[in-house]
Design a protein around this ligand. Structure first.
Ligand code: GUN
Ligand code: FE
Length: 484
């Protein structure tokens, strides 16, 4: 398998930018120097005094020939930055990005999402009738692979090196997503969506019973484990869609399986007020939305909860006690009018938070966009708290959440997210445009005039950067994306 093959031991030389420290005042870590990456894709050594290839060879004690990649200031204002972690993305929803009309969560699911997702395995999906120019293909799996291939290539091109994916209920298509992530080199958590509650799931798109939900989930777990027994590249994740779409028997059976097999779990929580009301009606014996999951046994340190916009103080205390993690999805929350997640409150109370794009509730698969939206949402939270700036999430803190924060959420803490010895080389090479003496610039949206400080350059990247600025991406030391 391609990713098992080793890569040449390599020295990376230039400017390294990261946001390794938590908190509103931590800022960026910006260092010139060299990083030595082993043939296994692990950072062996960092040295922040080295300025040339010769020095690197001497300081690192390298006798054999190694590859040296240099990113000097003359090369398009380039720097290395840790790869992004997308802690919440629905791969099959990608064709619907930007398509949500005036809907809010529950009618959005019924109108746009269930039809599209069902088309990955059901030839009678209403998606085909509502798109008359799109006949059901003879091979649904080929169509699914085409879409998944594009999702993975595009997220890689936007600097996402690890993604926690929701797929659909279909085993074959979900396994194909895992195959493609492995082939294209992206670190991925792969979740077959469980939904079997007839009161909320349409007949054309649901598991027929708890038994089928469990058998199909097990099949996907086994497939992922057969691809990558270590789980560092491809990791299965149990995925009850959200409480209203699952029978209680399914939630509890999934929790049992998660405990037995030490599996991760992902689901949605407290995204929208109508959804919360529905949970209250459907689970009258539970005190809260978080309590539904807890009573089923689903809240634990390997659990990723998307959204958490409207959690009560008691629910936050429960989430914290169980060490469950939160995927903050600001673009989605604003696009679907779900509300404003109080991220500072979650962080202050000791909950781990990462960023998610939540495509296609979110309109962009770029984690950089999620950083921007997290900043904007936090400003609104601060405004509604009487202008209390403690709620602000600045761009450096947003980048922290997009890297180190995300690493904690997906169970990769200490392995990815920063430039430290022992960490994996999951890195993007970012280049910003330079305006020349005649006022001519590059092709990206970020123009540097030459006088900007490094903090200013990174701020300009965060606010106007996109995939045009991502020149190369490595995962575990392997080059997985390179711009033409
Ligand atoms: N809640 C249940 N399913 C979904 C989904 O697909 N997207 C979002 N944003 N929320 C959900
Ligand atoms: Fe979602």
């Amino acid at each position: 398998m391609a990713w098992l093959s080793s890569v040449p031991r390599t020295v990376y030389l230039g400017t390294f930018v990261s946001a390794p420290h938590p908190g509103p005042d931590a800022g960026l870590e910006i260092r010139d120097g060299a990083v030595l990456v082993s043939a296994e894709g692990v950072i062996e050594k960092c040295d922040w005094s080295v300025r040339s290839a010769e020095e690197a060879r001497r300081v690192f004690g390298l006798e054999e020939e190694v590859v040296v990649r240099t990113l000097g200031p003359g090369e398009g204002n380039g720097f290395w930055f840790p790869g992004f972690v997308d802690t919440h993305i629905h791969a099959p929803q990608y064709p619907n990005t930007g398509i949500f009309g005036q809907s809010t969560l529950l009618d959005w699911l019924d109108t746009y999402t269930f039809p599209l997702e069902s088309s990955f395995g059901n030839p009678n999906s209403p998606f085909y009738t509502s798109h008359p120019t799109h006949n059901p293909p003879t091979n649904l799996l080929t169509r699914a692979k085409r879409i998944y291939c594009r999702v993975i290539s595009r997220t890689l091109a936007s600097g996402t090196t690890t993604a926690a994916y929701y797929a659909t209920i279909h085993v074959e298509a979900t396994n194909a997503l895992a195959d493609l992530a492995l082939e294209l080199g992206q670190r991925a958590l792969i979740g077959r969506v469980c939904m079997d509650e007839a009161r909320t799931c349409p007949e054309y798109y649901r598991d027929e019973s708890t038994e089928i939900s469990m058998a199909n989930s097990r099949a996907c777990v086994e497939h992922c484990r057969s691809l990558d027994p270590s789980g560092e590249r491809i990791k299965p994740i149990l995925t009850p869609r959200f409480a209203p779409s699952c029978r209680l028997s399914t939630l509890t059976a999934l929790a049992r399986l998660a405990k037995q097999e030490k599996l991760m779990v992902q689901t949605h929580i407290s995204e929208n007020t109508s959804e919360i009301e529905m949970v209250r009606r459907m689970f009258p014996h539970s005190d809260s939305y978080a309590a539904v999951y807890d009573e089923a046994g689903l809240l634990g340190e390997k659990t990723i909860l998307a959204h958490a916009v409207h959690l009560s103080r008691e629910e936050r205390a429960l989430v914290k006690e169980r060490k469950a993690k939160v995927a903050h999805c600001p673009a989605s929350n604003s696009a679907l009018g779900s509300g404003y997640c109080p991220v500072r409150t979650l962080l202050e109370e000791g909950i781990d938070v990462g960023l998610g794009t939540d495509v296609s509730g979110g309109f962009s698969l770029s984690v950089l966009e999620a950083v921007r939206q997290a900043y904007l949402v936090s400003r609104t939270v601060a405004y509604h708290a009487g202008g209390n700036t403690k709620y602000n999430i600045g761009f450096a803190e947003g980048l922290h959440l997009a890297t180190v924060g995300g690493a904690k959420v997906v169970g990769m803490e200490g392995r990815i997210g920063a430039f430290r010895e022992g960490m994996l080389w999951d890195v993007q090479e970012v280049r910003l445009g330079r305006v020349d003496g005649h006022g001519k610039g590059g092709s990206s949206a970020v123009d540097l005039f030459g006088w900007e400080t490094w903090e200013e350059k990174v701020a300009k990247w965060v606010w106007n950067g996109d995939d045009r600025n991502v020149k190369r991406v490595w995962i575990g030391g392997r080059l997985v994306h390179e711009q033409d």
